[in-house]
Write a protein that binds this ligand. Structure first.
Ligand code: PEP
Ligand code: MN
Length: 365
């Protein structure tokens, strides 16, 4: 992915003003065809960023002057050429107009149904994970959340149970028919977490860990990228671009609240980020009202607002005994509160043409 071409050294300075196109190669394009396209682009005085995914190669074309897309469109092996003005290319609506729908078995994220992920902040012990998983499943959640590797502000706080935590999540996930999401903090954990989980969560503190993002771009498992504590929407989308440009197209974005001058809530939950991102990008947007609010009593109103604003999913902290939680107890919902919230969301979602938890199990009260 290192840029080649005459403008490579100036690339950062010209990023926002530069002209950007994306050349999408056909699935069966040969190496010789790809090389010929790269040579043509370089010959036109532009830089090339090559990313080869599992099925096709995409060439990002960046430079200071305009190039006629037809000059590239006619070359052998080229499927399409798209001109893109945003600095994020593959993540942009210009590159792909239709909403991205991520399939994890029968769970589809980004379609008509609003998907709910729920579970404890941390996987603490098998009984806690099991009781919480049973409760969130009964309420209508499709995906079990839980941290095994925890990014804590203090090195003396509970850091998570590592692989043992992942085992608890997978076991309860399988028992109740829930997919599993857990946070990956470091490149060294990718393989292990991939063995137990269906979705990688990248935490707010790691949104600009570019080494981690690049490695996740090489995997073929969905990634949920949380917005950094002080990150702009553009920076957030540029981080998604790191994963996409590695060839992994299953990226969802998660708004989890940002740092502002306000101290009444743990973070300021940026509801407006939801429609802004939906306009700029085709990627699904998930809302995390738990970390956004930081207080249990504020989670439901923020969750209702997020669904009304067009979020494709929610991730919510629920604990069977939140007052004894090892992390984030104050923002973790009681199972009854979570159940009530989902009943409310079943009224709100249809008002904007969406559904939510379509088939709650027969055990529902
Ligand atoms: C979490 O999901 O428990 C978490 C640590 O989230 P964030 O990265 O948004 O702080
Ligand atoms: Mn948490």
């Amino acid at each position: 992915m290192n840029p080649v071409g005459p403008n490579a050294a100036r690339r950062t300075a010209t990023r926002h003003k530069g002209h950007v196109m994306v050349v999408v190669m056909q699935e069966r394009a040969s190496e010789a065809q790809i090389d010929a396209v790269i040579a043509k682009i370089v010959g036109l005085g532009m830089d090339v960023h090559r990313s080869s995914g599992a099925t096709r190669t995409v060439l990002g074309v960046v430079g200071a002057h305009k190039v006629d897309p037809d000059l590239l469109r006619i070359l052998d092996g080229v499927k399409d050429v798209v001109r893109i003005s945003e600095p994020f290319k593959l993540a942009s609506r210009t590159f792909k107009q239709s909403d991205t729908v991520i399939s994890i078995g029968d769970v589809k994220i980004g379609g008509d149904e609003v998907i709910v992920m729920a579970g404890p902040c941390s996987a603490e012990n098998p009984a806690q994970v099991d009781a919480t998983a049973a409760a969130v499943k009964r309420a209508g959640a499709k995906i079990l959340r839980g941290g095994a590797f925890k990014p804590r502000s203090s090195p003396y706080s509970f850091q998570g149970h590592g692989e043992a935590g992942l085992q608890m999540l997978r076991e309860s996930g399988d028992k109740y028919g829930l997919k599993v999401i857990s946070e990956v903090m470091d490149v060294s954990q990718i393989e292990l977490i991939g063995r137990y989980c269906d979705i990688y969560q990248v935490g707010a503190r790691n949104m600009q860990n570019f080494t981690l993002l690049r490695e996740l771009g090489k995997t073929r498992k969905p990634v949920m990228l949380k917005r950094g504590l002080s990150s702009t929407i553009e920076e957030w989308l540029m981080s998604a671009e790191y994963i996409l440009s590695g060839g992994n197209s299953d990226v969802m974005l998660c708004e989890r609240g940002i740092r502002t001058f306000e101290t009444a809530t743990r973070n300021t939950f940026d509801v407006s980020a939801i429609p802004v991102v939906k306009k700029l990008s085709h990627l699904p947007v998930i809302a995390d009202p738990s970390h956004g609010a930081g207080r249990r009593d504020m989670v439901a109103p923020m969750a209702r607002a997020a669904v009304a604003a067009g979020a494709d999913g929610l991730i919510i902290e629920v604990h069977n005994d939140p007052d004894r939680a090892l992390s984030d107890g104050a923002q973790s919902m009681f199972p009854e509160q979570f159940d009530r919230l989902l009943s409310e969301l079943r009224i709100i979602a249809p008002a904007i043409g969406r559904s939510i938890c379509l088939d709650p199990p027969a055990t529902r009260r």
